[in-house]
Design a protein around this ligand. Structure first.
Ligand code: WTA
Length: 664
């Protein structure tokens, strides 16, 4: 493994701005600091001195049916357990306790549909919906421990479904709506899901996609899947299979309106979320109950300085990714926040929809991805300029390194230089935010996620010696367990150890990102060191895309790389060798893109396809992606001494030049 990330450091922090960011720092505005929940830097030292006491203080903010007997069980690393002996229920913490405390009338979700439909759902209403649906799931034979698949768009039912699963102790396996039905099938198969909750059709930018019919096309022979629950969202007709398929509204209408929350062990699985790794097979990240909720609630409260009684919080992610799990659903609801939930894209019906939403609901905290900020930047300041954004008081960023230019735009145009920005680094695996400014304490530098959250311990390690680096670039690691950490890879404990705990031993979590530590101790996350690409904040493995491409009948071999991209952070570039002497044309390109859309999802389609007579390989047959990156970027090739056949790269360089000439 090399620290060479898919995005070279110079690209992530482009030239002129790299100099700027070394000098330009931003203090928390005085007014913000004074009122912030955390404004004393001593919190870092206190948490560092006794991390368990810090996390206990956070866990105590939740309601437990039974208190834990042990804070951290580290008898068998890396299989850590937190708050063992304790029992709680996540849906109780997210709903019942707010209602019991008299906050049932508070809006939990301001849902807004693509065509302007609105639904304000209070905590009391959400609880009622969740109880009914939890009863309905039980009626359908779902028991504690059964895996339930969820493949839904951004509609309130997705939140209801997740919480209903949590209420009865059925771990959910949510698949992002942008994934294809094939990808859903694969994830249902790996997790042996018993029931799948999906929708008749989904709205996207004024069009509708027939979701249920697509699911039917691929799901037919999956023996473990006994039931499909269909939410009638758009009312589009779809096929229902007798004995397997039921409508959400019908099963909830007849279900018991009361469903008491199941007291669950702190380590009871809350969910599985498949994410991409180095190989084509996605990894089933497993999160459990007590530690996860502790981590997401604490980070959500302090990183966003949340005032549940007055803030309107909006995380503009999709529920199907971990950001949605932790910061649309579990963190905000555990904290009793009022959130906005937006069904659609940032440019439909028009490019000011986000700002219209901020104005309409008086959003005070906005959390989104740099790719969206870059898109808004490209569309221009006139769009946000049309709306009153003065309600905003805090801005957040997540999913990929934010380039200083986008950071400054976010700060100036969206935040009117008034709102602190929290650039939050974390992963599906970490469950909650790990490296981030605290808005009332930390001086920020555009492009740096700054310091670990209190109670989190990060280091940059030298790639060859493994020693901690005080200043410079290396491998990012987390050196102590934290409550919301993944517990294992579902059904693949060996792979769990191999992926994260082989390099530096069972007590040091290998993140998979390269990072730099500057002379002030600030952390700059640069990008992945493995074969994971990040397209518009969507995490994909090159191997996954390659195996989809080779499924196309004309393709013999494919190699995929992530190339730096102005808009999406990284874009997928595929080098493709066709069968025999077939020549690639526009039609082949479209065919390949369609195959990828079908196997994974549209968001994984390669942006560029480069025809390759052969691929550059080492003598042992390993594809040299480093050279492919140089070729795609038109850079001088790095070390080619290990190359089996040097002529291969010449053909590719020629091909790229020819394509560029055509584009120009
Ligand atoms: C990248 C998303 C730089 C990183 C929450 C990580 C970031 C991967 C940041 C995880 C950030 C996420 N700065 N890089 N603020 N946030 N990343 O699992 O490479 O979808 O390893 O979780 O996104 O992506 P995942």
């Amino acid at each position: 493994m090399s620290t060479e990330p898919d995005t070279a450091p110079g690209e992530a922090l482009d030239g002129e701005l790299a100099t700027l960011l070394e000098v330009e720092t931003f203090d928390p505005p005085a007014e913000f600091r004074e009122r912030a929940l955390l404004n004393d830097p001593a919190v870092y030292a206190q948490a560092a001195e006794d991390p368990q006491a810090w996390w206990v203080a956070q866990a105590e903010q939740l309601d437990w049916f039974q208190k834990w007997t042990r804070v951290l069980d580290d008898d068998d690393p890396p299989f850590y357990k937190w708050f063992t002996g304790g029992t709680l229920n996540v849906s109780y913490n997210c709903l019942d306790r707010h209602v019991i405390a008299g906050r049932g009338d508070r809006v939990a979700l301001h849902w807004r549909g693509e065509e302007g439909q609105e639904r304000d759902i209070t905590y009391a209403e959400l609880l009622a919906d969740v109880e009914r649906f939890a009863s309905a799931l039980k009626d359908q034979g779902v028991q504690k421990g059964d895996v339930v698949g969820i493949y839904l768009p951004m509609i309130p039912e997705v939140v209801v479904a997740m919480l209903a699963c949590a209420r009865i102790g059925a771990p959910h396996n949510v698949v992002f709506g942008g994934f294809s039905a094939e990808a859903v099938r694969e994830r249902m198969e790996f997790s042996e899901a018993k029931l799948l909750i999906t929708v008749d059709g989904a709205a996207r930018k004024g069009k509708t996609a027939p979701v249920k019919d697509r699911v039917d096309e691929v799901m037919g022979d999956l023996a473990t899947l006994q039931t499909i629950v269909v939410v009638r969202s758009l009312g589009t007709p779809c096929q229902m299979k007798d004995g397997r398929d039921v409508y959400y509204d019908e099963i909830t209408a007849t279900a018991d309106p009361a469903c008491p929350p199941e007291p669950l062990d702190a380590e009871h699985p809350l969910y599985i979320l498949y994410t991409s790794g180095s190989t084509a097979k996605p990894k089933g990240i497993l999160h459990t109950t007590g530690g996860y909720l502790t981590g997401v609630a604490a980070t959500h409260r302090y990183v966003f300085d949340l005032r549940p009684e007055s803030d309107v919080y909006w995380c503009a992610a999709d529920v199907g990714w971990v950001t949605g799990h932790s910061y649309i659903v579990y963190g905000p609801l555990a904290n009793g926040a009022t959130s906005v939930m937006w069904e659609g894209a940032p440019d439909y019906p028009d490019k000011d929809i986000w700002w219209e939403i901020v104005e309409r609901y008086g959003v005070t905290i906005l959390y989104c991805a740099p790719t969206a900020i870059r898109a808004c930047m490209k569309w221009g300041a006139d769009w946000p300029g049309k709306h009153d954004l003065s309600s905003l008081r805090l801005l957040g960023s997540v999913g990929e390194p934010i380039n200083p230019k986008a950071w400054l735009w976010y700060h100036k145009v969206v935040g009117s230089e008034r709102c602190p920005i929290v650039d939050t680094w974390w992963q599906t695996e970490t469950g909650a935010i790990m490296i981030t400014p605290l808005p009332g304490i930390t001086q920020t530098k555009p492009g740096s996620a700054t310091y670990p959250f209190p109670g989190v311990f990060a280091e940059v390690r030298d790639e060859s010696t493994g020693e901690p680096i005080q200043e410079g670039q290396g491998l990012l690691v987390l050196t102590q367990p934290w409550p919301s950490m993944l517990r294992t890879l579902y059904k693949e404990p060996e792979r769990f150890i191999e992926t994260y705990f082989k390099r530096f031993g069972k007590e040091t979590y290998l993140v998979g990102d390269a990072a730099r530590r500057d002379s002030d101790g600030y952390l700059w996350v640069i990008g992945r060191i493995d074969d994971v690409v990040n397209v518009s904040g969507h995490r994909l493995s090159t191997a996954e895309v390659e195996s989809a491409i080779v499924a196309h009948a004309d393709v013999a071999e494919a190699a995929v790389i992530g190339q730096h991209d102005e808009d999406s952070g990284q874009a997928i570039v595929a080098f493709v060798t066709l069968q025999g002497d077939l020549a690639g044309d526009e039609q082949t390109v479209e065919g390949i893109r369609a195959t990828v859309a079908e196997r994974i999802g549209k968001f994984a389609r390669p942006k560029r396809i480069i025809w390759a007579d052969d691929l550059p390989k080492t003598r042992s047959g390993k594809i040299m992606r480093r050279l492919l990156r140089d070729i795609a970027e038109g850079r001088a090739l790095g070390d080619v001494t290990t190359l089996r056949d040097p002529a291969v790269t010449e053909q590719l360089e020629g091909q790229v030049k020819e394509m560029q000439a055509q584009e120009d």
